[in-house]
Design a protein around this ligand. Structure first.
Ligand SMILES: C[S@@+](CC[C@H](N)C(=O)[O-])C[C@H]1O[C@@H](n2cnc3c(N)ncnc32)[C@H](O)[C@@H]1O
Length: 244
């Protein structure tokens, strides 16, 4: 079925009444079918889903390529020191899988409970956000319960480009991950800011020391999080950690 919304036109209410009657008839038919019918309908449904899957995956690839293309336009990282990685966007599937995994961990965590939401609203920070593609993506839907989504990067040029491109204003800013205080955030995400292993360790130690207890790290390409006695690994993939 098409996801594109059809705008209201005169006469639409009649169509809505018709659609409502149609769906009542379908519901009635559904209630009348036997178990065998039910099984064959389920098989048909699964077959139709399987037939649509390749097209959905192809479209997914196109969306990702378009988003990545924009994220990498006009990248200028000449203002980065030795020991830092330049901008390499994380694979979007990996990123979103990690965020979805985090979401289910938060919803099972007593420290993050909320009476109506999956979990209480959280503050999110991306370290080394480049032009801000991930900050932009997370903020474009109401899918995630984050009440603030920020990112910073050492490259002033990337932040300026990202602000103009995505309109992120003060949500992205220039900072050095080696001297930032991480105490203001519930979730800190990073993907390989440093190419030098010793400096990467220095960054991770600072992150662990300054973040508040109970806060989470989502990490790709870390150096020492598994060895830290101050962190508890969460989930199945060794990429999410909670500070004790
Ligand atoms: C591998 S890229 C990751 C980009 C983005 N986080 C993503 O996952 O798509 C590393 C980023 O870290 C930034 N970076 C490098 N050194 C940094 C530092 N000392 N402080 C903050 N950001 C830094 C780089 O400019 C670059 O944008």
């Amino acid at each position: 079925m098409d996801a594109t919304p059809v705008p209201m036109r005169p006469g639409a209410p009649n169509r809505r009444v018709h659609a409502a009657r149609e769906s009542q008839t379908q519901m009635k038919k559904f209630a009348e079918i036997t178990d065998d019918d039910h099984l064959s309908e389920a098989v048909e449904h699964a077959q139709s889903l399987a037939a649509r899957l390749p097209k959905a995956l192809d479209k997914n690839k196109l969306y990702k390529a378009a988003i990545d293309h924009v994220a990498q336009l006009e990248i200028n990282d000449t203002d980065l020191p030795e020991g830092s990685f330049g901008y390499i966007p994380i694979d979007l599937d990996d990123f979103l899988n990690a965020i979805l995994e985090l979401e289910s961990i938060l919803s099972a965590d007593v420290d993050y409970q909320h009476s109506e939401l999956r979990h209480r609203p959280c503050s999110f920070l991306e370290v080394g956000c480049g032009t801000g593609r991930n900050v932009h993506l997370l903020g474009r839907t109401d899918r995630f319960t984050f009440d603030c989504i920020h990112g910073f990067d050492l490259s002033a040029q990337m932040i300026e480009t990202g602000r103009q491109r995505y309109g992120l204003g003060k949500d992205i800013f220039v900072q050095d991950c080696l001297d930032f205080d991480y105490g203001g955030y519930d979730i800190v995400f990073f993907y390989c800011p440093m190419s030098d292993n010793a400096i990467e360790r220095q960054f991770e130690e600072r992150l662990i020391d300054t973040m508040k207890s109970g806060a989470f790290i989502v990490a790709f390409g870390d150096e020492m999080l598994d060895d830290s006695r101050k962190l508890i690994p969460k989930g199945d993939n060794r990429r999410i950690y909670k500070k004790m």
